[in-house]
Design a protein around this ligand. Structure first.
Ligand SMILES: NC(=O)CC[C@H](N)C(=O)O
Length: 371
């Protein structure tokens, strides 16, 4: 058994929860974000889109199946800290290579357990997204933390993608033995599974820093562009809006996921807005307007494309809508091979209902190559 010290969670409005320390002893600050997935904690914690956030897992038992390298979506834990109810010290799965406790320590991450996550989520769900601090340090004063938490910048207006975008371009070869397509992936903080879904569909993927110029991207002679997920507020990423606008003008097929979707929308003059609470979980229902079918999707976003701005734009078709709150879940540019979704077809973790979107992208690249 781990001897666990006390820890405290202080919300932006001063509300305080007490619990036990998990991971590194220390302090962590960020925006509270809750994920309702019953599994997939390792994929969530290592997803670069969670940079700057304290992730609350609503599933009440976290850590029980340990961690294994193939389930990481990046090199390390990316969220600022974790908040859980029951933290399992026992990692019980044959492919587990490290307990969640050691995994947190390895990356120097702070967490808190024994929190009534149900009460916490109900509280922030009614109050709206807010910042918080976790501290497991000795002799902390709650009053000091209540002051400190007020100085954490709001997620709205924050540019974070450049912190997780790759510094150097690199190539991920196709894993099928066939290399039929070259995809340039513009990295805003990409999950590893996105390239994996392309690699297993005969694609070589070259991952580029988000600051790469159009000329350098085109020098690779890509058959298609993948615009990845990523952390922070997409509205402030002006140079990316410009880059994507110029990519769209080349007529090369484009597929955007989550932040990539938001940037495509912004590049066409649509707007994005901060949600009262984001969508984060593995069972978000979406309606595909083209097939009339429902899809159960993996989601992680705190911003969304404004429906009004999408409906007002003649060149934009809304292809998918979220069935819980009717937010825009997918768009396409009419008469172009450009489409994007607010959710995560690569899932990991989550259902594979929407993997067909990668096949649609391949079809678009085939059509483009033949033209
Ligand atoms: N997963 C993502 O790409 C998230 C996009 C953006 N940071 C948001 O929260 O909406």
């Amino acid at each position: 058994m781990i001897e666990r010290t006390n820890a405290v969670l202080v919300l932006e409005d001063g509300t305080t929860f007490t619990g036990k320390a998990v991971g590194e002893i220390g302090k962590a600050a960020g925006e509270l974000a809750f994920n309702t997935g019953m599994t997939g904690y390792q994929e969530v914690f290592t997803d670069p889109s969670y940079l700057g956030q304290l992730v609350i897992m609503t599933s009440p038992h976290i850590g029980n199946y340990g961690t294994t390298p193939v389930e990481s979506e990046s090199d390390s834990i990316q969220c600022a800290g974790i908040i859980v109810k029951k933290f399992s010290e026992v990692a019980s799965r044959d492919i587990s290579e490290m307990s969640l406790q050691d995994f947190l320590i390895k990356d120097g991450k702070v967490g808190i357990s024994d929190i009534d996550t149900r009460a916490l989520v109900r509280y922030i769900r009614s109050k709206g997204a807010m910042n918080a601090i976790i501290s497991s340090e000795e002799n902390v004063s709650v009053e000091d933390l209540q002051e400190e938490v007020k100085n954490i910048p709001s997620m709205k207006g924050l540019e974070l993608a450049s912190r997780v975008s790759t510094k150097e371009a690199y190539v991920l070869p196709s894993t099928t033995g066939k290399s039929h397509y070259k995809v340039a992936l513009v990295d805003f903080g990409s999950k590893a599974s996105i390239a994996r879904c392309l690699n297993e569909r005969d694609c070589e993927v070259k991952v580029f820093p988000m600051s790469t110029s159009l000329e350098e991207l085109l020098a690779y002679q890509p058959d298609g562009f993948m615009l990845s997920n990523g952390p922070g507020d997409p509205a402030v990423m002006k140079s990316s809006h410009e880059l994507v606008k110029n990519i769209i003008e080349t007529n090369i097929p484009i597929f955007g996921i989550c932040m990539g979707h938001q940037i495509i929308a912004l590049s066409q003059g649509l707007t994005t807005e901060k949600m009262h609470q984001g969508h984060r979980g593995l069972n978000h229902p979406v309606l595909n307007h083209q097939t009339g079918k429902g899809e159960i999707t993996s989601q992680n976003h705190g911003f969304v494309v404004s429906r009004m701005s999408a409906e007002d734009h003649e060149e934009i078709e809304i292809t998918h809508s979220h069935l819980n709150d009717n937010t825009v879940a997918g768009i396409a540019l009419k008469d172009k091979h450009v489409f994007s979704v607010q959710f995560h077809p690569e899932s990991s973790a989550g259902p594979h209902d929407s993997r067909y979107l990668f096949d649609q992208f391949i079809t678009n690249m085939d059509t483009y190559k033949q033209s």
